[in-house]
Design a protein around this ligand. Structure first.
Ligand code: HEC
Length: 228
């Protein structure tokens, strides 16, 4: 049973990856990113990410991560890797420092792209996607966990996942606290204070309500299969 679930997760990820690869062979129009839910940041391009948690609070920051995930996976993943894990085609963006220095470089490339000897290696996105999308994508990238971040906890996370999937959870509060503790140990490579790992995501949605157990177990299933 649990093997099948893992397989289903892997199959789902492969499907996404295949779709991405197919797309990579043609000239691809940038996909618009709906940023209506994020606060405006003005016309002038900023040099520092305005959507960090210490500036906008947790809800807006999480919204930026969510919108940025979709914007990234539609526009950047075909070169920079699904989930920002580089497959070698283009630099691993998780390593860009989550501070003004890294932000400035990010925005420079985002706006103007990169052309070498007349060949466009990276298209320019600035005018097409706009500044709010840029910073949402930036926020998503910098909160990605570093490689192998959950490895040390994989065994325990499998157990937690099975308990949640079995829908007989004795003490959801304790489980949530445990997931939060694991999440706090997961680091980013960018230096951003919080990594949006599957442990963090599962902890966030876990409540006393059984519907949330199923959702949390699904998040762990997909996340754990990606690390296998
Ligand atoms: C067609 C492939 C392609 C796409 C699509 C693409 N990039 Fe790039 N990107 C590259 C390449 C190649 C480089 C390396 C350029 C260089 O040598 O500086 C790069 C470099 C970068 C850099 C500088 C990284 C560093 O460490 O110096 C950033 C930031 C970046 N890209 C962000 C993005 C974002 C954000 C998106 C999506 C909105 C995106 N890229 C889409 C190919 C791509």
């Amino acid at each position: 049973m649990s093997r099948n679930r893992i397989r289903a997760g892997v199959a789902a990820l492969l499907l996404i990856a295949t779709a991405t690869v197919v797309v990579a062979h043609g000239d691809v129009a940038p996909q618009p990113v709906n940023t209506d839910a994020l606060p405006d940041v003005g016309e002038e391009w900023l040099t520092e990410n305005p959507y960090r948690e210490d500036k906008v609070g947790r809800d807006v920051w999480l919204k930026a991560v969510e919108i940025g995930a979709s914007g990234f996976n539609q526009n950047c993943a075909r070169c920079h890797g699904l989930g920002a894990v580089s497959g070698g085609l283009a630099p691993d963006l998780r390593l860009l420092e989550a501070a003004e220095y890294g932000d400035e470089w990010f925005v420079e490339r985002f706006r103007h792209g990169y052309t070498q000897d007349g060949t466009t290696k990276m298209p320019a996105f600035g005018d097409i996607l706009g500044q709010k999308a840029a910073w949402a994508i930036r926020t998503y990238i910098e909160t990605r966990p570093e490689d192998g971040a959950l490895d040390a906890h994989a065994g325990r996370l499998h157990e937690v996942r099975n308990e949640l999937a079995g829908a007989k959870v004795a003490d959801p509060k304790a489980l949530k606290a445990e997931l939060e503790k694991i999440a706090a140990e997961v680091k980013t490579a960018s230096g951003a204070p919080v990594a949006d790992s599957v442990a963090y995501e599962a902890a966030r949605i876990l409540t006393d309500a059984p519907e949330s157990w199923k959702k949390a177990s699904e998040i762990l299933t997909v996340g754990l299969s990606a690390t296998e």
